[in-house]
Unconditional design. Structure first.
Length: 314
């Protein structure tokens, strides 16, 4: 197998191996870079390079480029908020034909616009128009009798009863708000995230958010730990932060049309939920924007055949 050139990149500690498979680019002609077994080997933090997944840059469908997201376990995700910022940074800085203030990237969640905020030619932050949240159960997807939106819906996990709100940001999320300010959100994610991810309610599994809302100096802020589908706990999750602010608005914990800081273990993202009036006095959420950093760590190449693969447990 050929050596795979890649760029290691991260957004708030959510780290990826980015492989550019477009014609004329470093990894062109090496489609094995997106093979699930290869991805699992590359992302192993002890025997491989280590990462939360592989981001494959492919020729565009409608936009400037296409992003494919393969999780560390080899499964594929529709979208990755931190990942798309990394891809936008790489495209802007490395491809002269895409050195412009707005990039349009095709994803499994649709065509998304990324607004570049740079200094001296280096991308500092990327603001992504993440699209309209999906709240109807069949589109998330989540099993819901009667097809009604699931807001503060009961969910049993192990020895605990939770209430969750279901949101899709192109990928499924089950958002759980924890009202006890002393609660350890990470401990809850470690104890219950895997079970909820694979609960029969979620036919394509789900990301799981454990969140706490607090009053900051300038308004509402949210503390968040995410159990990512196919990855486990990560330092940050862009779509998870977006879904959590949408859920906070649905539950009356936050108001739309204001930028809300979401504090994750790896740093802070800034999320805004846009709305317009709807019938009956309710709000119609028309889009979500996410703003945050992206950073290139290093670039290298690796031969997957040379990665040590431990023997399977008997």
């Amino acid at each position: 197998m050929s050596s795979i050139p890649f760029v290691k990149a991260e957004g708030l500690g959510n780290d990826f191996l980015v492989v550019d498979l477009r014609p004329g680019q470093p990894a062109a002609g090496i489609p094995s870079a997106a093979d699930p077994a290869v991805v699992r080997a590359l992302c192993d933090r002890h025997f491989g390079v280590g990462g939360d997944g592989v981001l494959a840059i492919l020729p565009p469908v409608q936009g400037d480029a296409r992003m494919r997201v393969i999780n560390a376990d080899g499964s594929e995700a529709e979208m990755c908020g931190n990942g798309i910022r990394c891809v936008a940074k790489l495209l802007y800085e490395r491809d002269p034909s895409l050195h412009r203030p707005v990039l349009r990237i095709d994803t499994g969640a649709g065509l998304l616009e990324c607004r570049i905020e740079e200094r001296d030619g280096r991308v500092e932050t990327v603001a992504v128009e993440m699209g309209r949240p999906q709240l109807d159960p069949p589109q998330i997807p989540v099993a819901a009798p009667g097809g009604k939106r699931l807001v503060r819906s009961p969910l049993r996990a192990g020895d605990r009863q939770f209430n969750f709100t279901a949101v899709s940001m192109g990928n499924p999320h089950a958002v759980i708000f924890v009202d006890d300010p002393a609660a350890d959100l990470r401990a809850l994610a470690e104890a219950y995230g895997r079970g909820i991810e694979r609960d029969s309610l979620f036919p394509r599994r789900t990301n799981v958010e454990f969140a706490g809302v607090r009053q900051g100096s300038a308004g509402i802020e949210i503390n968040l730990v995410v159990w990512e589908r196919g990855c486990g706990i990560t330092l940050a999750c862009g779509t998870g932060a977006c879904a959590t602010v949408v859920a906070a608005c649905l539950e009356g914990r936050a108001a739309p049309d204001q930028e809300i800081p979401v504090h994750l273990p790896g740093g802070t993202l800034f999320i805004r939920v846009a709305s317009q009036p709807a019938s009956g006095g309710s709000a119609n959420y028309t889009g979500v924007s996410m703003r945050g950093p992206a950073r290139i760590v290093f670039e290298a190449e690796i031969d997957p055949d040379q990665i040590y693969k431990p023997a399977a447990e008997s």
